[in-house]
Design a protein around this ligand. Structure first.
Ligand code: HEM
Length: 406
């Protein structure tokens, strides 16, 4: 077994993150103690160097400051190292400054809890039904048969995507982002991304003429300082919602299920009502940290943890380490559904804090409530298949056997 160390871990390589969870937890402990603000270089490969922040306080410091650290050159390693994101200045996640505030305020209106109420009611109903049929079947692939059907349907409700288009959209989003299986094709991902953008351009044209009660209609009919959003702003932001909200929530549910099977004593605490679903959701998010990192480009020289980050440098913020930082979390490598306080950064922090957090939480809560109601015991029924990514962490397949709560 190879042991991942600060010196040898290649954080650009998806293979690194296929190591067992315990090894990754140990690797991050090593980063936090030996080199919390670390300059990462990959020997023998033409990949530019970048900073790696692993402590909770340093990660928060960069998240909160979008003046000295910009997202406009990309916000994940892949785009930052390639030199930019083509949606910069138009898509929320890769826009800063005044345009970011304006676009975000508009999005937040569309994402207000009151607006989301019917969507959340749909989440609860759908999740309950899927878990019930999985229990009736006894054996299932929790990823394919349950989790896969929840976030995408939710986002489709939110955006007003017609029922008949949903399967195709799920397929495209999978290809566009997850690189689920080793060897999946980069060209296929680019084609899928373009098809998604094209799809939303067409649907936006329909909604502009005939607005409904959905986020796409809000985007197509709203104005900022009297001006409508550009066509590109509309389609990039639909894309951003679909990409931002599908996989992260899906992987949280799948890994949450896995964590419950691996920690039967925590399952019993949930089942008996000793811990609330709300608290359990937060621990699932901390434990899973489905978006392992985000990143920024440094705008002006700045010192963090005694090291000088220079203007132009790429800096990465590792949620998967910050959420296990012993300076903030007591006994971080124990899965404790009652953990209080639980100030994880699974949704980021500051100006780019996830606007879908309410919805993401509602989805995980619906899953935990349905499991608590319908399932007596859950056990693994085959190997889980990990996804292949240096950005997202989780599983594309999770065979389980579920026994009915009667
Ligand atoms: C931003 C995580 C669910 C849409 C973010 C960020 C994180 C995150 C860490 C900050 C990125 C940065 O600072 O660069 C998650 C997790 C989720 C989740 C863990 C589920 C468990 C959702 C959902 C939606 C969504 C359900 C939409 C329906 C977005 C958007 C942004 C974002 C549009 C960009 C916000 C901005 O830059 O101002 N998310 N997210 N996310 N998320 Fe989520």
């Amino acid at each position: 077994m190879t042991t991942l160390t600060v010196e040898c871990a290649d954080l650009t390589d998806p293979h690194t993150f296929l190591a067992p969870d315990a090894e990754l937890v140990e690797m991050w402990r090593g980063f936090r103690s030996a080199s919390p603000v670390h300059w990462h270089e990959v020997e023998g490969r033409a990949v530019p160097g970048f900073w790696v922040l692993s402590r909770h306080r340093d990660v928060m410091e960069v998240y909160r400051d979008n003046k000295r650290f910009t997202s406009e050159s990309g916000n994940v390693l892949a785009t930052l190292l390639e030199g930019g994101d083509s949606a910069a200045g138009r898509m929320l996640a890769v826009t800063d400054g005044q345009r970011h505030s304006e676009l975000r305020n508009l999005m937040l209106k569309a994402f207000a809890p009151r607006m989301l109420e019917p969507v959340v009611a749909g989440v609860r109903e759908r999740t309950d039904r899927l878990v019930r049929s999985a229990v009736e079947a006894g054996d299932c692939d929790f990823a394919r048969d349950v989790a896969e059907h929840i976030p995408m349907a939710t986002i489709a409700d939110l955006l007003g995507v017609p029922a008949g288009d949903r399967d195709e959209l799920l397929d495209l989003t999978k290809k566009a982002l997850s690189a689920e299986d080793e060897g999946s094709c980069a060209d296929e991902a680019i084609v899928a991304r373009n098809e998604l953008l094209f799809y939303f351009a067409e649907l936006a044209a329909v909604r502009r003429k005939d607005p409904r009660d959905d986020v796409l209609s809000v985007l197509t009919t709203s104005t900022i300082n009297g001006e409508p959003l550009t066509e590109q702003e509309i389609i990039f932001n639909c894309y951003s919602i679909i990409i931002g909200g599908d996989e992260t929530s899906r992987l949280s549910m799948i890994s949450g299920m896995r964590a419950l099977m691996e920690h039967p004593e925590q399952w019993r605490r949930l089942k008996s009502g000793e811990v609330t679903v709300e608290k359990a959701v937060e621990e699932v998010l901390r434990w899973v940290s489905p978006a392992m990192h985000f990143g920024r480009r440094v705008r002006e020289d700045v010192e963090i943890g005694g090291r000088l980050l220079r203007a132009g440098d790429v800096v990465t913020l590792w949620n998967s380490s910050a959420n296990y930082d012993e300076d903030l979390f007591a006994d971080p490598s124990s899965f404790d559904l009652g953990r209080t306080p639980n100030r994880h950064v699974a949704f980021g922090y500051g100006p780019h804090f996830c606007p879908g957090a309410y919805l993401g939480r509602a989805e995980i809560a619906a899953m935990l409530s349905a499991l608590r109601t319908h399932v007596a015991e859950a056990v693994p029924n085959g190997p889980a298949r990990p996804i292949h990514s240096n950005f997202l962490h989780g599983y594309s397949s999770l065979p389980v056997s579920l026994s009915s709560a009667g």
